[in-house]
Each structure stands twice: as structure tokens, then as C-alpha cells.
Design a protein around this ligand. Structure first.
Ligand code: NAD
Length: 483
């Protein structure tokens, strides 16, 4: 039967007429038994009591594990769709509550985690069929995961970990950074509503309204928590590793960059300026110190100034040390003065009497290799640059500055041997050649995105697979094989 275009138009009109507000409301209504009206004391996933938060997440996970992959996909798509509608709001609120970073870069980070965190499709099955039968290995959930999130990417980590962890069939209890608890609570509540709207169970993600170190200990002690996942500094990661629970630890970095004698200097200057100033350098994977091989040092400094950076002189550099860093109480060196973490370069420079426009996003310092700005993870747009006599010296310095975190590093070079040798030596989870380090998490680069880069425990650029257990099913020779 042939249908004319005017008949198709009439049919579409009829269908749309049937989809009034009532029809839309019905489609969006939570599935029966999935409402948040409960006696557990939570408000759309936000709880005051640790055990109640775990219990609610545990009940949700028991339901969630029965959902088909296609149903999980539908929930993840609704999370992405909903989060897209809150990007600007959350970027602004994170900036307001934490007082760190840059609005436009937070928008970019949100877009990256929403669009580039893989869903359940990455949970592939391995199968071996042979004389002795058929074996399959699959990714199964742990159950309830405790996720500790940082102040530097609060909502970005919640969106990213939620997609990864629930794609794997888990539920999550968040212990967020206290300095980002308001915006984190809003994010958890809105994502919970999205999950329920798409037919998923209520309280699939929960969090503590007032998170503390003590609530982390209580969560670790709760037998229903099967996995502790920590994203933040090394103090927290080391505490988790001592907890006796299975842990995924995503700790600090201090990413070094090498610019060798063969580098495209203009590209290096532009990319390092862009990467080291992104969200005011609060990202663990952002460029933290640069080692330039001698013949290129002056040219690099000239070009990074041309790209927009302010080059501090020796006196200003000393003032920046006094302002932004402080001696550790045990006298073992310097640590950051948190007042200046994640602040705009123009604000930091103004505090030492240097006026630059806000469009100047980075200060660069000409310093020796043992300078405190090289050794400390500064998390601010003040970038030390070290002159090196050779590529070998640059590698030695970079290795020492990275402190064995094995987190992130990069190199600008056209020498294939250099690209390979440094990669082998530095052993970082992320190794970027000839671009910003953020390209290593899919921001301007290939590959998926994560805000939980698990170097210490080895999962690397995490996704749903990282938060799953491997399970094997073995069927003895017979029935199901076809050869
Ligand atoms: P932070 O270590 O101060 O806090 C991170 C989280 O851990 C917070 O929720 C905090 O409340 C909690 N915490 C801190 N000490 C703890 C302890 N002893 N026991 C239990 N919980 C504890 O870090 P931050 O300032 O929020 O974030 C910046 C740091 O995190 C930087 O060092 C950065 O490199 C790192 N980071 C790493 C990754 C990664 O993927 N590897 C991602 C983001 C941030």
C-alpha cells in the first residue's frame, strides 16, 4: 500500500495530538515502588545517617542488578540528558562554593564527563570455545561502592563515577568533600530523580549530608560496602589502602613536561599555556612543571609569553613563593597555601603587586630544578620552567619531580627515540605526546573521559569495567557448542 506525504503528515498530527501534557507526565512518572517517599530518612538520596544511606543504596542495588543492559542504557541516557540541562548551573555553583577554577573550563569538564564516560556497552564478554567446553567471563557488580570525591571536580566526579559505577550494576554511597557538599547534594538529588524517571530504583546513588573523615571510617567498616573508591590527595588514598577493604585509589599527580631540542616550540608554548591554565591548574593531570632542553629555553619562554603568559622576574618569583607556598610544620619542605589554590593568575599576581588583565591565565617562572614550585603539586596557574643541559638531564629531573606518583606526563618532541625513551622511564598512567595533558582524558584527545585516574591501584583511566568483578561460567563440552 502506498502512503502519500499528506497522509503521513495527518498520521503524525494525530499521534502528536495524543501526546498532550498528560501523556508526557505519564511517561515520566516513576515506576511503581520507586518513589522517594520512604521511612529511611533520605531526601532524594541525601542522608544524615551513614547506615541508612548504605541500607538504601543496598536495597536499590538488589533491584538494579535484575535490570537488563538495555534498561541500564536507558537510565544512563536519562542521566546524560538531565545533566546536560544543568551544566552551566553546576559549573557556576561549584565555582561559588569551592572558590576555585574558571567557569568556562568547568563547563568544558562537565561536557566531557557527560558525553565521554562510557556506559554499559563497554562491559564486553570474553568467550573461549574448545575441546573441553565453553567458557565465558563477564563483568559483574561488586554491590555497594563508597566513592570519596574531591573538591577540585566535585560534580564532574559524581556524574562520571555515577555513570561508570551504575553501568557496572553497582549502587554508590558518596562521601563528598565538605567544601563542595551543597552543590554535590543538588547533583546527587537531580541524578537520582533522573534515574527514577527512567524507571530505575530510588536511592541508586546516595550521599552523606555532612561528610567527614569519621563517616569515611564508618562507611569502610560497614559490611555492605564492598569497594572503597577514593578520588583525591595521597593522604586520603593511603588511608583507604589501610582500611582493609578492596580499594580503587585515584591520587595526586605532579605532571612534568619535557620540551626537547626538536620540539615544535610554537605548538609546545600554546598547548602548555592552554593545559597548565585550564581551570586554573586544579586538575591532577594538568601540567605542573616544564623541563626545556637548553637550545630551546629562551625561545620557549618568549613564545609562552606571546601565547599570553606573564613571565615573573627573580624578585617576583620569590614573592610568589612566600605568598603561595608555606613551610610544612615538620620542616620537611614546602606545601601549598590553600588560599591561593585554583585562583586566577591575575589575582595571584595582583597580590604581589603585578597588574595583568584577567585574560592572562598563567604566570611562568624561570627556576632551578630544586625550586619548591617544581617539587610541590601547586594546583594554581603558576608554572615553573627549568633549563636543562640535555634531554637525559630533562628526563632525570622530570622523573624526580613526578615523585613516583606515575600519574601523568607529557613531551614535545619530533624525535621518536625520545618519545619512546621518556615514556618507558616515567611509567605514568597518562603519557601525552605533543599536546595538552588533558587530551589524555579525552578532552581534545581520543579515548574516553574520566575524573578518577586510578594510578596507585592500577585501574588507570577508569570506566564501568574498573568497578566490576570478573566472573567465569564454564559449561562442559556438549550442548551449546556448534563445532
Ligand atoms: P583531598 O585529599 O583534600 O580530599 C579528597 C577527598 O578525600 C575529600 O572528600 C576529603 O574529604 C577526603 N579525605 C581527605 N583526607 C582524608 C583522610 N585522611 N581519610 C579519609 N578521607 C579523606 O583532595 P582535594 O583537595 O579535594 O583534591 C585535590 C587532590 O586530589 C590533588 O592532590 C589532586 O591531584 C587529587 N586528585 C586526583 C584525581 C585522580 O583522578 N587521580 C582526581 C582529582 C583530584
Amino acid at each position: 500500500m502506498d502512503i502519500t506525504s499528506s497522509q503521513i503528515e495527518a498520521i503524525v498530527k494525530q499521534v502528536l495530538a495524543g501526546m498532550g501534557p498528560q501523556a508526557v507526565k505519564k511517561a515520566a512518572a516513576p515506576a511503581a515502588g520507586n518513589t522517594f517517599v520512604s521511612s529511611d530518612g533520605g531526601d532524594r538520596g541525601v542522608f544524615t545517617d551513614v547506615d541508612a544511606a548504605v541500607e538504601a543504596a543496598w536495597k536499590a542495588q538488589r533491584k538494579w542488578v535484575t535490570f537488563k543492559i538495555e534498561e541500564r542504557q536507558r537510565v544512563i541516557e536519562e542521566i546524560r540528558r538531565t545533566a546536560r540541562g544543568h551544566i552551566e548551573e553546576w559549573a557556576g555553583k561549584v565555582l561559588e562554593e569551592t572558590g576555585m577554577g574558571r567557569y568556562e573550563d568547568k563547563v568544558e569538564k562537565h561536557i566531557a564527563v557527560i558525553n565521554k564516560t562510557p556506559g554499559p556497552e563497554c562491559l564486553t564478554t570474553d568467550a573461549i570455545s574448545g575441546d573441553a567446553g565453553l567458557m565465558i567471563e563477564e563483568y559483574a557488580p561488586f554491590g555497594v561502592i563508597c566513592s570519596i570525591t574531591p573538591t577540585t571536580n566535585p560534580t564532574e566526579t559524581i556524574i562520571n563515577n555515577t555513570i561508570s559505577m551504575i553501568s557496572g550494576g553497582n549502587s554508590v554511597v558518596y562521601n563528598v568533600h565538605p567544601r563542595a557538599k551543597r552543590v554535590s547534594a543538588e547533583c546527587v538529588q537531580i541524578l537520582n530523580e533522573a534515574i527514577v524517571r527512567a524507571g530505575g530504583p530510588a536511592n541508586l546513588i546516595t550521599m552523606l549530608k555532612d561528610p567527614t573523615m569519621e563517616t569515611v571510617d564508618q562507611l569502610a567498616a560497614n559490611p555492605k560496602i564492598r569497594l572503597m573508591a577514593g578520588t583525591g590527595g595521597m593522604g586520603m588514598v593511603n588511608a583507604l589502602l589501610r582500611s582493609g577493604k578492596k580499594c580503587i585509589g585515584a591520587g595526586a599527580g605532579n605532571p612534568p613536561v619535557i620540551v626537547d631540542e626538536t620540539a615544535d616550540l610554537e605548538l609546545a608554548a600554546q598547548k602548555i599555556y592552554e593545559g597548565a591554565s585550564f581551570d586554573n591548574n586544579i586538575l591532577c593531570f594538568a601540567e605542573k612543571e616544564v623541563f626545556v632542553v637548553e637550545p630551546n629555553f629562551d625561545g620557549f619562554m618568549h613564545l609562552i609569553e606571546k601565547a599570553g603568559a606573564y613571565r615573573a622576574n627573580a624578585e617576583e618569583t620569590q614573592k610568589l613563593v612566600s605568598l603561595c607556598l608555606q613551610q610544612k610544620k615538620d620542616g620537611s619542605g614546602y606545601e601549598v597555601n590553600k588560599t591561593w589554590v585554583g585562583q586566577n593568575a591575575s589575582k595571584i599576581l595582583a597580590a604581589i603587586g603585578v597588574q595583568v588583565p584577567d585574560s592572562c591565565r598563567l604566570a611562568v617562572l624561570d627556576v632551578p630544578v630544586d625550586h619548591p614550585f617544581v617539587l610541590v603539586e601547586q594546583l594554581m596557574p603558576v608554572l615553573p620552567v627549568v633549563r636543562c643541559r640535555s634531554f637525559e638531564e630533562a628526563m632525570e629531573y622530570a622523573l624526580a619531580a613526578e615523585h613516583g606518583n606515575r600519574h601523568t606526563s607529557s613531551i614535545f618532541s619530533k624525535n621518536v627515540d625520545h618519545l619512546t625513551t621518556f615514556g618507558r622511564l616515567i611509567e605514568t598512567t597518562i603519557y601525552v605526546k605533543n599536546s595538552c595533558t588533558k587530551a589524555g582524558v579525552g578532552i581534545g584527545g581520543e579515548g574516553h573521559c574520566t575524573m578518577t585516574i586510578a594510578g596507585p591501584t592500577g585501574e588507570g583511566i577508569t570506566c564501568a569495567k574498573s568497578f566490576c568483578r570478573r566472573r567465569r561460567c564454564m559449561l562442559a563440552d556438549g550442548g551449546l557448542r556448534i563445532i
